[in-house]
Design a protein around this ligand. Structure first.
Ligand code: F6P
Length: 304
């Protein structure tokens, strides 16, 4: 928001912020965004514009009302920050004649067209900080910790966090779990090597979640096991430098595209480069778990 507003003002473009996403667009809930009102935003968690899901926007009548609000406010273009749902909404508005650009923002890193989504790094760091703290108790009591991290249906967050914290095992929804090979064997091997506490990272998208994995471990190994679901703590806090920088570049790119007369695009990061895709094309793309990171995880956890 900060980068979009500051870049726009630099180009002589005025901005308003729509509160509560498409819900606010339908109901004309907006606030004028000025140079000063967005000051300091890049270091704050959450969003000053609030966030909401809108069932009404999914209907043609809701979309008509949203377009009417844009006309009433005299908006030339709309920048939407979010995931696939946000982009699908932008596509509906583009089909009704509005100029739109999307920016990928989600802690799940599950937007196919972009190798990175805003919020991911901060969520990884928050999860790691919590896991480091959990480890102290697990080490003292010689226990097994099963930590569930977010990620919606994807295992990107779990895999990155698992590798970064040196987990004993990482369970993700993209790969069917073989309890023996992927979970119990790494624990037994670590135990034989002299380890007395264990850290298992589970993605929330895994069937049964962390509690079912904890049960399997306790029954099979008799280890004193504790389950922790990190939950929404991963979605807050002051953004990391990577997130601030990425958000800044993406905000700048979104305004640049619109100022050049482009529309129906999604800003994306590919390697070191900021690129853009047609929204329809972006929504059709699929993203798989990074195979190399998965192999690294298996090597580090000793899975054969
Ligand atoms: O998409 C972000 C995310 O935090 C997911 O990781 C999680 O599954 C979901 O949102 C939680 O949604 P809610 O806050 O509506 O419970």
């Amino acid at each position: 928001i900060w980068a979009v507003v500051r870049t726009s003002l630099h180009m002589g473009i005025e901005c308003v912020g729509i509160r509560r996403g498409y819900h606010g667009l339908i109901n004309g809930d907006f606030t004028k965004l000025t140079f000063e009102s967005v000051s300091d935003l890049s270091r704050r968690g959450g969003t000053m514009l609030y966030s909401a899901r809108s069932e009404e926007f999914k209907t043609p009548a809701g979309q008509e009302r949203a377009v009417a609000t844009c006309k009433m406010l005299g908006l030339d273009a709309l920048v939407g920050i979010g995931g696939d749902g946000t982009f699908s909404g932008l596509l509906c508005l583009a089909k009704r004649g509005l100029s739109v650009v999307g920016i990928p923002g989600t802690i799940d890193n599950d937007i196919a067209c972009s190798s990175y989504t805003i919020g991911y790094d901060t969520a990884c760091n928050t999860a790691l900080e919590s896991i480091d703290k959990l480890r102290d108790t697990m080490q003292s009591h010689e226990r097994c910790s099963v930590v569930e991290v977010m990620g919606h249906r994807a295992g990107h967050l779990a895999l990155t966090v698992g590798v970064a914290c040196g987990a004993t095992a990482v369970i993700v929804p993209e790969h069917p779990v073989d309890y023996e090979a992927d979970l119990l064997e790494p624990i037994r091997r670590a135990r034989l090597a002299g380890r007395t506490h264990f850290m298992i990272i589970v993605a929330e998208g895994v069937e049964g979640g962390a509690y079912s994995i904890g049960k399997v471990i306790e029954e099979a190994t008799a280890l004193d096991t504790r389950v922790t679901v990190l939950g929404h703590i991963q979605r807050g806090g002051s953004p990391s430098s990577r997130d601030r920088i990425t958000a800044t570049y993406m905000g700048y790119e979104a305004v640049r595209l619109l100022a050049e007369g482009k529309t129906c695009r999604v800003v994306a990061l590919q390697g070191e480069n900021y690129v853009d895709y047609d929204i329809t094309e972006a929504l059709q793309m699929t993203k798989s778990l990074d195979q190399h990171t998965y192999e690294v995880m298996r090597a580090l956890t000793g899975v054969h």
